[in-house]
Write a protein that binds this ligand. Structure first.
Ligand code: NDP
Length: 444
């Protein structure tokens, strides 16, 4: 049995009931096999892979809060501090009923390689809670955030661990969390990113992940002698990542014909009206079906399945494992040429394999959605220097970072004779820097 297979078996055995974590580890270890084989003796001697798959620390805690009816509610809170070889832990917080330790370990593990790809000095982490902000009043969300931070603040700091926002954690939640951190620790520091512009946030952070997905996809298109101009695009999700992917793809001349949420999807043959989308999701916190009620000519369909819509480019920007094999088959059958993951691991392993085998150019999330964390790191730099860059400056840096990520991923795939396999390229390029730092720092 190869070293990578041995470590994968060990992960499955030692981390029962965590299928998403197993899936993320499998994808990475399969990709790294070519690198590991060349250095097997050294890596085995140093137990590099065993250390890589084991979080440095997991903090798990109770989050008590009082709802609007005066009833005490209890949620679970976590922070997974996965790997700090190349910098302080950096990775978002997710508030969603499906959150558990296994989900956060998968996300934290992915984050190690993503952060490395950005070229910035940030290690991998992730955290969150099974709290569902949907349908809660602002006061309830504040009560929850304050209680969550009362515990978390013991373990984070501007040079230790800097969380940001993910599913269910937007500007409102970051504001409440920041306020409580400041109150307890007495420190006005860049401990969170995605902050509001009046208290240390960075311009373009809100847009960064969605814009970044489109910037890197644009690089892929250019490498294939193609462009966004005149392309039909399907985006999934209608949250932070999806909204700004729609906006940037539209600015580059594409027509985005569909977005969805967990209830269903809309189809708009005239191209998604971004102002209406933002009003529904960012202002009213409504459901996507309201789009079809407001925009003539558009339709709403319950359930998943927007992959049946004919498109050239598919950008899954909702959640893990949203694109199954059935969806990949429909995309291929309808002539889709490019898939870039805005979400983390939205494509199942079977679906990824099918897309690649059938000539679809596929960019994995750890490269495609790295623009968010990269801009978070730019926010950290601005906080340390106590200054603010203009939107143009941040956007230009983001654009450069995404171009560099594409170059690194493309180059790593070529170096290992797997040109065009961006899954392998992203994992190898991310791993190379981390492993070098781990070896240099000794057994820790
Ligand atoms: P949001 O909470 O802003 O939006 C999530 C969107 O996905 C919502 O429209 C939500 O719909 C939808 N969704 C959630 N679950 C499902 C499901 N099972 N089926 C269909 N749609 C679903 O989150 P973000 O936009 O921030 O995050 C989206 C993805 O991008 C996540 O995978 C996240 O980890 C990843 N990501 C985010 C970054 C960021 O900067 N925000 C950075 C890098 C990656 P509903 O309202 O119905 O739940």
């Amino acid at each position: 049995m190869s070293y990578t297979e041995e470590v994968y078996e060990r992960v499955v055995k030692q981390n029962p009931g965590e299928p998403e974590f197993h899936q993320a580890v499998k994808e990475v270890l399969d990709s790294l096999k070519v690198v590991i084989d060349r250095n097997e003796e050294l890596y085995r001697k140093l137990s590099i892979l065993e250390r890589l798959v084991e979080p440095e620390r997991i903090i798990s805690f109770r989050v008590p809060w009082v709802d609007d009816n005066g009833v005490v509610q209890i949620n679970k809170g976590y922070r997974v501090q996965f790997n700090s070889a190349i910098g302080p832990y950096k990775g978002a917080l997710r508030f969603h009923p499906t959150v558990n330790q296994g989900i956060l370990k998968f996300l934290g593990f992915e984050q190690i390689f993503k952060n490395s790809l950005t070229g910035l000095p940030i290690g991998g982490g992730k955290g969150g809670s099974n709290f569902d902000p949907k349908g809660k009043s602002d006061r309830e969300v504040m009560a929850f955030c304050q209680s969550f931070m009362t515990e978390l603040c013991k373990y984070i700091g501007a040079d230790t661990d800097v969380p940001a926002g993910d599913i269910g954690v937007g500007g409102r939640e970051i504001g409440f969390l920041f306020g409580q951190y400041k109150r307890i620790r007495g420190l006005y520091e860049g401990v969170l990113t995605g902050k509001g512009l009046t208290y240390g946030g960075s311009l373009i952070r809100t847009q960064a992940t969605g814009y970044g997905v489109v910037y890197i996809t644009d690089e892929i298109l250019k490498a294939h002698g193609d462009s966004f101009e005149g392309k039909t695009v399907v985006v999934t999700g209608s949250g932070n990542v999806a909204i700004y992917a729609v906006e940037k793809a539209t600015q580059l001349g594409a027509k985005v014909v569909s977005v969805n949420d967990s209830n269903g999807y809309v189809y708009d043959p005239n191209g998604i009206d971004i102002a209406v989308l933002k009003d529904i999701k960012e202002v009213k916190r409504g459901r996507i079906k309201e789009y079809a009620e407001r925009v003539p000519g558009s339709t709403y369909t319950e359930g998943t399945g927007s992959w049946t819509i004919k498109c050239d480019i598919y950008l899954p920007c909702a959640t893990q494992n949203e694109l199954p094999l059935e969806g990949a088959k429909a995309l291929v059958a309808n002539g889709c040429k490019y898939v870039s993951e805005g979400a983390n691991m939205p494509t199942t392993l079977e679906a990824t394999g099918y897309l690649q085998e059938n000539g679809v150019v596929f960019m994995p999330g750890k490269a495609a959605n790295a623009g968010g964390v990269a801009t978070s790191a730019l926010e950290m730099s601005q906080n340390s220097m106590r200054l603010s860059w203009s939107a143009e400056e941040v956007d230009a840096k983001l654009h450069d970072i995404m171009k560099n990520i594409f170059r690194k991923v493309d180059d790593a795939a070529k170096r290992y004779d797997m040109e065009g396999n961006y899954v392998v390229g992203a994992n190898i390029a991310g791993f190379e820097k981390v492993v070098e730092a781990m070896i240099a720092q000794g057994i820790c």
